[in-house]
Design a protein around this ligand. Sequence first.
Ligand SMILES: Nc1ncnc2c1ncn2[C@@H]1O[C@H](COP(=O)(O)OP(=O)(O)OP(=O)(O)O)[C@@H](O)[C@H]1O
Ligand SMILES: CC(=O)C(=O)O
Length: 490
Amino acid sequence: MAVIGDSLFLSYTISTKKPSLRNDFYGVSVRIPRTGVKIIRSRGCVQSVLQMEEREVSRSPVEEVLGFDLVTERELKDRGFMGLRKTKLVCTIGPACCSLEQLESLALGGMNIARLNMCHNTREWHCDVIRSIKKLNQEKGFCISLMIDTEGSQMHMVDHGGASSVKAEDGSIWLFTTQKFEGYRPFTVQTNYERFSEGITVGDVLVIDGGMASFEVIEKIGNDLSCKCVDPGLLLPRAKLSFWRDGKLVGKKFGLPTLSAKDLSDIEFGVSEGVDFIAVSFVNEANDIKHLKDYLSARSSESTRVLAKIESLESLGNLEDIVEASDGIMVARGDLGVQIPLEQIPAVQAEIVHVCRQLNKPVIVASQLLESMIEYPTPTRAEVADVSEVVRQYADALMLSGESAVGSYVDKALSVLRSASTRMELWSRQENRQSLLSQRQLGGALPDRIAEQICDCSVEMALGRIFDDTLLRSETFPLLSTALFVKKIK
Ligand SMILES: Nc1ncnc2c1ncn2[C@@H]1O[C@H](COP(=O)(O)OP(=O)(O)OP(=O)(O)O)[C@@H](O)[C@H]1O
Ligand SMILES: CC(=O)C(=O)O
């Protein structure tokens, strides 16, 4: 399977006295006139420099906003600028990729956003990574955006820093407790949340990490739970816990705010370091986002974009409001899979992406895209199909988690993501073009057919009473419908 891409890349930098650099979503959009692209070669790799005169930009009646990326020389030659990859790539930074050299390698491999998960590592470590990325942006001309991801309030096992996993055997009896202890205690799991057993009754099922292992509650001992393993499996450090009754999630209101004191302190840190995005974990309703945006605007940090992570059952019930309130969305399939049955994930993902497309909000699809590449140098066919499906759904970005943070094949994983998304975009464009050409009632030349399609869309919207009469009569309407149409077909 030829999904591994070419190794020669183009890097784009702007050469102008005062570049009109607009750090559009995912940080790599640049306003340019149609002309002014020159390819130069430097240090053995090909570098493209967009030459942009300010005079030209202000004079140009139609500015193009293009998403710029690293592309192969061959891709550029074959397909021109419109053929550049649109799907952005997010890499979670961890021990496997945090040195300056490793980050540069990711930048060359097409990383658009570096994600820092505030659950892990120290403030100093995060600070070093942020500084390294800024250095690469400044000195080597990359445009990598920075995202911090808050820890959020969720129920999980406490990591005692011992073995990387513990096996739970069928029928074994375990104690889930809130009592604090150091080191490893056999058949005992410490949970992070004191009220974790509130409302839980004998017979309920405790599921680990969305199905890694399951236990039946056999006795309540004060706040602790004695449980029998009914589905054996591995318990990983910080594994997430959820309770189920009669096949349904036991909705537990933890009484915890979406943003904990630690989250607020991490956000404060991110803002002071000038990160571009804050991804908020366990958003349940639009107010969670509105409050954070108010806070950011009080600090004059409105330019920091707020992304809502959709990973709880409750957030699905408030999806449209959350999408409206946010600057973008992350489909956090990892935690979502703890709260809803796994077989529902594909449909829920498609629905979230669809709502985001309808409301014109960017959406990242995250978790386990290339999970096997944490250990192996090639992806499974199913993983490549999953990545391609996300692109086909018109998600704006794909995210690597463990594959880049702790994986053994970080650059390869990114390369697979890049190649698979490029190919699917190309295929999708050809398919769209084909369906446009095969429309029966359309005119002869392609521009006529496109114009006719735009009119069709306008009529469709008018019939759907999307706009009031004043707007329909005004000159803005054709422009607006054109813009909506263009945006929708991407
Ligand atoms: N900064 C880091 N330092 C050390 N390990 C990290 C770091 N970031 C990620 N990891 C490791 O990579 C794995 C995947 O990271 P990721 O942040 O995507 O998932 P996660 O821990 O399940 O958190 P979340 O549920 O918020 O996504 C983690 O389990 C952790 O082992
Ligand atoms: C990314 C993340 O937080 C999740 O998938 O749960």
